[in-house]
Write a protein that binds this ligand. Sequence first.
Ligand SMILES: NC(=O)c1ccc[n+]([C@@H]2O[C@H](COP(=O)([O-])OP(=O)(O)OC[C@H]3O[C@@H](n4cnc5c(N)ncnc54)[C@H](OP(=O)(O)O)[C@@H]3O)[C@@H](O)[C@H]2O)c1
Length: 257
Amino acid sequence: MHVLVIGATGSIGRHVVTQSLEAGHPTTALVRNADRARKILPEAAALAVGDGTDPAVLAAALESVDAVVFTHGSHGGPGEAERIDYGIVRDTLAATGRRPVRIALMTAIGVTVHDGAYNRSSQVHDWKRRSERLVRRSGNAYTIVRPAWFDYNEPDQHRLVFLQGDTRRTGSPADGAIARDQIARVLVESLTSRGAERKTLELIAETGPAQDDLEPLFAALEADPEGAFDGARDPDTLPLAYEPAQVADELDAITRS
Ligand SMILES: NC(=O)c1ccc[n+]([C@@H]2O[C@H](COP(=O)([O-])OP(=O)(O)OC[C@H]3O[C@@H](n4cnc5c(N)ncnc54)[C@H](OP(=O)(O)O)[C@@H]3O)[C@@H](O)[C@H]2O)c1
């Protein structure tokens, strides 16, 4: 499985690249700065160089790719969530056309919280949720992973726990903790798991040893209903009927492609 990692030099993406290579997948990293990437990423990673908001860069990076892991993210500047968090997913899916590509998309715990202060100021949750909807409607096999707060783990929290329904909504580390390499493990292992297909999960770590095999955890999750926009058990906090016309059109276009 040839894997493309988008957001490869980021704090999660670099773990994804390493673990993908360790799993035996030829792995290409989409990076903006090749010199910096060479210092961060394993030598065995191939590089595709360019900005992910450029559809031509995405089209070239996607050649001969079987799977895409998205770990990219913006930093909250005006318009960035739409252009980067959402736009890169939209343009990647458009560039794959009708060719099936296995997708693992990282968003965030609390992504369905629409009325919180963070989303009101940044719209990051809404744009990430819209990117999830594009993935669900794209017709590709996918897993959507919503990590809890990075690196608040206690030293003995190695046991992975998958949740659904996005019910932890404080917008603080009280919602749960997860380490960056644990997130990468779930993303990479989901790519080859039949039980992980069409699943949306929140990811936290709790006290206990790490599981050797994630298959039972994936298999126990409720699948998103066939053709659904939202994850199984997600609250309806961003009704489609009130979405901007452009968003509705783009969702429609991906559904028909
Ligand atoms: N902090 C938390 O506890 C938490 C919890 C759950 C979810 N999250 C989410 O996790 C996401 C990523 O976090 P992180 O710590 O890994 O962030 P990060 O280290 O800043 O990584 C972001 C990655 O996205 C890439 N990127 C940004 N714009 C791009 C563009 N136009 N073209 C190509 N690549 C681009 C960056 O590339 P460069 O290296 O070239 O800049 C970098 O590789 C964030 O969106 C955040 O919302 C965070």
